[in-house]
Write a protein of this length. Structure first.
Lengths: 696, 40
């Protein structure tokens, strides 16, 4: 199984150091009595990455001082990666060191094995040597600078981590000039913030405001030097965000800590290295459990939920789409509560505001994926085949358009479907959508998917209510078989609502757990779309449902109007079902919530909702993106189908700007509700496609 | 006589120009930026 995801492990390699820095946060353990992370833990870690399908594995060898472990330790570590890793995995190793122990043999080893290097160097000698001393109190600046330059001369590319402490506050320009003169390509300026650790000596600690004042002056000098080959990570990433790009820096990314785990010397696992030592957030230990157990543990789930639930005030902050609520630890430090504002909140705002004004760029607004998509109506050749496995289901949604019948296990998938897949492959179709009923209850679903993958389907989407995916082992089996994308149905934001709509007790908890499992396994940007049918029971909860789905990183949120087939037909015919216009205010609330809270990867569409019923939000209609597909016949043949065939246009539709893009309502709709609510749009099409204000 | 309007150039032209070249690439999250080496 390869999920294609990346994960970084920041490993506390050894718990001892050869220096005695005044501001050090690590426990003081003498060399010789120290502990080094064991081979067994490393083997479990690498095996765990294979089990979880992690393609890009980054291992940051952190300390105290990792070089104390010796070259042989790292030779063995690379051997373990080679022996227990898989050919589809890419390993990156990074050494974060004080560089005092670097000699020719280390340079050669690090160079040969392409380690990334981070060296701790605080600036000019007086600033560095005020704190970074040997056990005997001797200065280290000369040695560190010399060894850094030696690494650089040998093409051991690396950067510098500098700790901004009380001794730096008067010298931001001098520090920036020092690194510029040293021709350092990358520098990170990290605050010495006592509350950031359990162990800190706070005599050199600075306040959040002092950090802001330092960074503002440092930025002014950096931008004045204006050398693209001299980058300061914090500033470069702020500029990227202001220019509409993405950030590499975890603290400025919506996915936050999802890409990281901190591993302590004894194998204890934490959400990130900054949390190491905070027992509240110890997720488990590799000494006792495997990595998969820890990743899917209740503690990890709890952290994930806390991390995602940022303070409500953040959503109305103009900097939300840069800081995304702030570093989880900085939120936790505010009263041990991850839902509090970050302790660096005001400090960040001040720095962002200064940089924004300096380069005359406003804070970023949401960039909605739909705005970048091409209208699907222009595509004529089907690119996907849709396999309907029949109406059998393990839920009983009262509005089901497939007239599902309740059953928990179904024997085998009819063999004609295999013939249909072969026909589709002959047409060079590479995308497969498996739907139902509930596809996961078929006893041979895994072998069916495996067979489809073997035929050459590159993208296989599973449409499901998700209940069976609450078991992470079954989820892994589906991915191993070939599933690449998930389309899940969720119609409520609480157990009462979802269970009532699906007429299935416990369905909310299971479906949410499935969504969570997909998140935990795939990490940021999970291949996950969720469909919610709008009903009289959930209409007032749409805003909350959208909010919930955003917090679960759902990439596409679809709100759908009832399709009057199957059981749903009688609902429409009895005359009590609300019209599209009746639902309009609630749907618009949902869209606005998406625009307020949506992340970089969030996309939203409204199905079977002509644009004229969504004033100012016309582009949210799914009609723009629907492409033709192949459907199947019981004789094993396939035929071309477009949703357009189930839709109908009204008498005034040809006067509408969007006539050629809109598909109209489901064809049974006008017979019941008439055409009065559909008004031709006169707004220029360019305005709808390009000039929509996404911040309303 | 017409007075010529002079606008100060935006700061950091070279840095901004370099960032602009890669602005459409979504960078992978990384603990530290100087780690873009693959072992195998």
């Amino acid at each position: 199984m390869n999920t294609g995801r990346s994960l970084s492990f920041i490993i506390k390699t050894v718990n001892a150091c050869n220096l005695n820095c005044t501001y050090c946060y690590a426990p003081k353990i003498q060399c010789g009595k120290h502990q080094t992370i064991s081979e067994d833990i490393q083997i479990k870690l690498i095996k765990g990455t294979v089990d979880l399908g992690i393609e890009n594995v980054q291992i940051v060898w952190h300390g105290s001082e990792p070089l104390i472990a010796g070259i042989d330790f790292f030779k063995k570590a690379l051997e373990i990666q080679g022996k227990f890793g898989q050919s589809w995995q890419i390993f990156q190793n990074v050494m974060q060191t004080n560089a005092t122990l670097i000699d020719d043999s280390w340079v050669q080893f690090l160079k040969e094995n392409k380690f990334g290097i981070g060296v701790s160097l605080d600036g000019p000698s007086d600033i560095h040597d005020a704190n970074r001393l040997t056990k005997n109190g001797k200065p280290t600046h000369y040695l560190v600078q010399e060894n850094y330059l030696r690494l650089k001369a040998n093409n051991c590319d690396g950067g510098i981590c500098a700790v901004v402490n009380t001794d730096c506050l008067q010298s931001p320009k001098r520090i920036v000039d020092y690194f510029s003169d040293l021709q350092v390509p990358e520098v990170d300026l990290l605050p010495c913030f006592a509350a950031e650790t359990n162990y800190s000596n706070d005599s050199k600690s600075i306040s959040a405001d002092e950090y802001a004042q330092f960074m503002i002056r440092a930025f002014d000098r950096w931008i004045e030097i204006d050398n693209p080959n001299f980058r300061i990570r914090f500033f470069e990433n702020v500029l990227r965000l202001l220019m509409g790009g993405g950030s590499q820096f975890c603290k400025f990314r919506p996915d936050k800590c999802s890409n990281f785990l901190g591993i302590d010397t004894d194998g204890s696992v934490y959400p990130c290295d900054l949390f190491v030592g905070y027992d509240d957030w110890k997720l488990g230990s590799l000494a006792d459990d495997d990595l998969s157990t820890i990743l899917f543990s209740d503690r990890k789930r709890a952290f994930y939920r806390c991390m995602e639930n940022v303070n409500e005030a953040c959503f109305d902050c103009q900097w939300y789409r840069m800081c995304w609520g702030g570093c989880s630890l900085h939120r936790y430090l505010a009263d041990k509560n991850l839902q509090k504002l970050s302790v660096f909140c005001e400090s960040r705002k001040e720095i962002f505001s200064h940089i924004s004004k300096s380069i005359e760029l406003a804070p970023p607004k949401i960039q909605h994926k739909t705005l970048r998509a091409s209208p699907g109506n222009s595509i004529t050749k089907p690119t996907a085949v849709y396999i309907d496995l029949g109406p059998i289901c393990n839920s009983k949604c009262y509005f089901c358009a497939a007239s599902s019948t309740e059953q928990n296990v179904v024997e085998s998938i009819p063999s004609f479907n295999i013939s249909c897949l072969k026909q589709a492959r002959k047409q060079e179709v590479e995308s497969l959508i498996i739907s139902g009923g509930e596809s996961t209850i078929h006893s041979d679903i895994l072998s069916f998917i495996t067979r489809a993958k073997g035929m050459g389907f590159k993208r296989i989407e599973l449409q499901t209510n998700g209940k069976k995916l609450s078991n992470q082992e079954f989820l892994k089996e589906l991915i191993e078989a070939g599933i690449t994308d998930f389309g899940i149905s969720l119609h409520g934001d609480t157990p009462d609502l979802q269970d009532a709509i699906t007429q299935s007790s416990g369905s909310f908890i299971k479906t949410i757990k499935a969504i969570e499992n997909i998140n935990l396994l795939f990490g940021p940007n999970p291949p996950l779309a969720v469909n919610c049918v709008v009903t009289p029971e959930n209409k007032e909860r749409l805003k909350s449902i959208v909010s919930l789905l955003i917090s679960y990183n759902v990439s596409t949120i679809k709100l759908s109007y009832l399709h009057g087939t199957g059981r749903a037909k009688s609902l429409l015919l009895d005359g009590h079902w609300p019209s599209k216009l009746d639902f309009q205010p609630y749907i618009l609330d949902g869209i606005r919530e998406c625009e307020r809270k949506g992340k970089t990867n969030t996309s939203m569409t409204i199905e079977a909702y002509p644009s004229c019923i969504m004033p100012d939000y016309e582009m949210y209609s799914s009609d723009f993106f629907i492409t033709p597909i192949y459907r199947t016949n019981p004789d094993g043949s396939i035929y071309k189908f477009h949703t357009r065939e189930d839709r109908v246009k009204g008498p005034n539709c040809d006067k509408c700007t969007l006539f050629q893009y809109c598909l109209g309502p489901w064809k049974e709709y006008p017979d019941l509700f008439g055409w009065n609510e559909f008004k031709p749009l006169s707004k220029p099409i360019e305005e709808i496609f390009e000039n929509m204000d996404m911040t309303k | 006589m017409t007075k010529k309007l002079v606008t100060a150039p935006r700061k950091g032209q070279k840095i901004l120009g370099e960032i602009k070249k890669t602005i459409n690439q979504t960078p992978a999250a990384s603990w530290c930026k100087w780690s873009n080496h693959s072992q195998r």
